[in-house]
Design a protein around this ligand. Sequence first.
Ligand code: MSP
Length: 473
Amino acid sequence: MNKFFITTPIYYVNDVPHIGHAYPTVAADVLTRYWKCKGYDARLLVGTDEHGAKIAEAAKKHNQQPKDYADKISEEFKQAWEKLDIDFVRFIRTTDEDHIKMAQKFLQKLYDKGAIDAKPRLYKGLYCVGHEKFMSPEELVNGLCPDHQTKPIEHSEENYYFKLTAYQKQLEQLITSDTIKISPQSRKNEILGKIKQGLEDISISRANLEWGIPLPFDCSHTAYVWIEALINYYTYGSQNNFWPADLHLVGKDILWFHAIIWPAMLLAIDEKLPKQIFAHGFFTVNGQKMSKTLGNVISPDQLVEKYGVDGTRYVLLAAFPFGEDGDFSWDALDRLYNADLANGLGNLVARVAKLCENITISDNNPSINKLVTSIPTTSGDITTLYAKALENYRFDEALKLIWDEIRIIDHYINNQQPWKLKGQNLINVMQVVVDAIRYLNLKLQPFLPETSEKILKQFSGAIKSQPPLFPRI
Ligand code: MSP
C-alpha cells in the first residue's frame, strides 16, 4: 500500500489552543482523509512542543513544575483535536520517553559525524524567548522584538554549534530541483533567496537552561528546543517504518526551520529527506493580530459552540486560500455558515429528503453519476478539478467545486419541478438527484466527516426527513 505521512507543527504548551493552531490541524486532517479515500495508508502526526525557556517561564508564572504545566496544556490540545474530529495516528509530546531517546540518538549521530563542533563556542547574542531564537539587531524595532514587543535577553554563553553552512550548496540544489518541494512558489523563492545570502552555523545547545533534553555527549548542556522539536517527526516515522514525511504542513513563520535546518540535520546523518513542505498563511481577526493583550484570541471551542464541529472545519478552510494571509471576523464566518451550510447544503438535503419520503429510491452506485459528470466545465470534470485543488492545498477551491455541484443539483430540481410529478416520473427525477447527492457526499467526506456520515445514512434505504444538518444562525 502506498503511504502518505503528514505532520503539523507541534505546538508550544505555554498557551492554550487557539484557532491559529486549529487552522493547519484541520487542513492536515482533510488531507489525511483525502489520501485515505484514495486508498493510501495516510497518517497524521500531531503533538506538543514542551521544552525550552518559554515553557519553563510559563510554568513558573503559574507556580508549577514545567512537566506538570505541560501535562495540563498538552491535554487541552489533545482534547481540542479530538473534539474537532482530527484523525491523528499519534499525539506526540516532546517529553515522551521515546522522543527523548530518539532526540539523543539523533544528536549523538550528528556529533559522531562531525556535524556538531567537538567543543562549544562562546556566543554573545540577543535571544527572544517568545520566538525561542536569537535575533539579529536588524530584526529589532526600537530594541524590541516586533512580534512580541519584548526586549530580547542578552545571552553570553558557551554553545555547541551545528555546521549548517556546510549544507548550503546541497540545500540550494535540493530545493531548486523540487527534491524537497517547497510551496507555494513565492515561499520557495523566499527560501532560495535567503540561502543565496548565505547560511550561518547555528547554536544547538544551552548551558544555563535545565528544562530540556541533555546533550548525550555533554550533559551540562540541554538541546536547543527547536533542534530537538524537529526530531519529533523522525521519532514517529523511523520507529514505525514510515519515514520520510511526505508533507510537513507549517506556518510561514516557521518555514525556515523546516526547509533549511531540518533537511540539513537529516543530510548530516544520511537520512531520507521530507518530500514536501507547504507553508500556509496567517490570519488576523477583524484586521488585528490575535493576541492576549488585545483580548481577541478565539479558541476552537468558541467556534464549535457556534458552528458545530463540521461547521468549524468548513469556515476555517473556506474563508480564504490556505497559502495566503487572510482576515476572519465573526460576521463573515456567520455569513459563510448561513449561506453555504444552513442554506446551500442543509437546504438541499432537507428539500430532497422531503420529496423522497413517499417513494422508493434504489441504492445506486454514486460513482456513476449522469447529472454531475454530464455538466461541461471549461477545464475538465469537477472530480478531477477537486483532486487537483486538494493536491495543491487549495481547500477553498475544492470546496467551491463541491458547492458548484450543489447549485447544479438545485437547478436541476427547479427545472424538473418534481413537486408537480407523480409515480414513476417522480421516481426517475429523484433517483438522479439522490445519486448526485451521494456522489457529492464522497467529496464532502474529508471536510465534513460527521455530516457526510449523516447524509450517507439518510440516503440509504428508505429516505426520511431529519432535523436540519446546520441550524441557521
Ligand atoms: N513549537 C513550534 C513548532 C515546532 S514544529 C517542530 C511553534 N509552535 S507554536 O505554538 O508557536 O505554533 C506556531 C504555529 O501556529 C504557526 O506556525 C502557525 O502554523 C500557527 N499559527 C499561530 N497563529 C496563527 C495565525 N494567526 N494564523 C495562522 N496560523 C497561525 O512554532
